[in-house]
Design a protein around this ligand. Structure first.
Ligand SMILES: [Ca+2]
Ligand SMILES: [Ca+2]
Ligand SMILES: [Ca+2]
Length: 311
């Protein structure tokens, strides 16, 4: 019997190709959407890591890093808006779209721990400001902001960063003025904005303690913050006061202003580094030694623990 070879007819082949075409045609957009989503989520993850690195930097240095002005990844002094200083922070240089992040820090958080913590304690203001579409349409000041341009120049204005100019939530990520805009992607917007409010930094780097001073001596005294070179209080004879100082500050009780005069006897004696918890400093009349004066208006507080390194 002659062998009959089985195979596809031309019609069967054509049908198969059409089906394959439909399947592939459907799979390509799906695959493309998956790749887009993957790039977006990995960029968000990268930015969260960057945010942690910036906060860690502030814990160590008592200030936020400056921005990178010249593109080498290293912070440039007094540069508050520019590129992320990735080399200073030790993070990857670019996001998943192979672009550097934009970075801006608050003007009052770039000098030292004392200035930074006082600014945070008193409430920061000014740039950078953010409008977050998850909340109020009113812009608010933040400690710092990092911005990824996302996949493209979605609003087609020639700048890969985008702006939203109408609706409840508006802002401009090309320059952050009047504010940055944190918003879900739309046809004309695909940037990613992550920021840190004041308390995220404050809780990490700032610890204030109360220093109570009873001046039972017969002279005016000055409570001098020797660490930062400023008088934090002045008490005439018989007066008392409570002062908030940054943990780790060295305090002196002096007879003259601005570190002048001499250190006055007190209990406990100064200079003293206040750290960890509050302290009461008592002064008696000059002939009275260093014992606690009767009738001190503040209850005695145990002496401070030794200064701890900031972590
Ligand atoms: Ca630089
Ligand atoms: Ca964009
Ligand atoms: Ca744009």
């Amino acid at each position: 019997m002659p062998f009959k070879q089985k195979g596809f007819t031309l019609v069967e082949l054509a049908i198969t190709l059409v089906i394959l075409g439909i399947l592939i045609g459907g799979a390509i957009p799906l695959l493309s959407a998956l790749i887009k989503q993957k790039k977006r989520s990995s960029t968000i993850s990268y930015m969260e890591d960057v945010k942690k690195a910036i906060i860690n930097f502030s814990e160590i240095h008592g200030r936020l890093p400056f921005a990178d002005r010249n593109g080498d990844g290293i912070e440039d002094g007094n540069t508050y808006s520019g590129l992320l200083p990735y080399a200073t922070l030790g993070v990857r240089p670019v996001d998943s779209y192979s672009r550097r992040l934009k970075y801006e820090l608050n003007r009052s958080l770039g000098s030292d721990r004392y200035t930074t913590c006082n600014a945070l304690k008193n409430g920061i203001s000014g740039d950078p400001k953010v409008v977050d579409a998850n909340g109020s349409s009113k812009a608010f000041s933040v400690s710092f902001v990092i911005v990824s341009a996302g996949a493209r120049d979605a609003d087609m204005d020639g700048n890969v960063f985008d702006k939203i100019t109408s609706g409840s939530y508006t802002g401009d990520n090309t320059n952050g003025r009047p504010n940055y805009i944190c918003h879900p992607p739309t046809n004309g917007f695909d940037d990613i904005v992550i920021y840190a409010g004041p308390y995220e930094i404050y809780s990490k780097i700032c610890e204030f303690v109360n220093v109570a001073v009873n001046n039972k001596s017969n002279k005016t005294i000055y409570i001098y913050d020797e660490t930062h070179g400023i008088d934090i209080g002045r008490l005439s004879s018989g007066r008392s006061g409570i002062y908030q100082v940054l943990s780790g500050t060295r305090i002196e009780i002096r007879s003259g202003a601005h570190g002048g005069g001499s250190i006055i006897n007190s209990d406990p004696p100064t200079p003293i580094i206040v750290a960890g918890r509050g302290i009461t400093i008592n002064l008696e009349s000059e002939t009275g030694g260093r014992g606690k004066p009767p009738g001190s208006i503040f209850p005695p507080i145990r002496p401070p623990r030794p200064i701890r390194p900031f972590r």
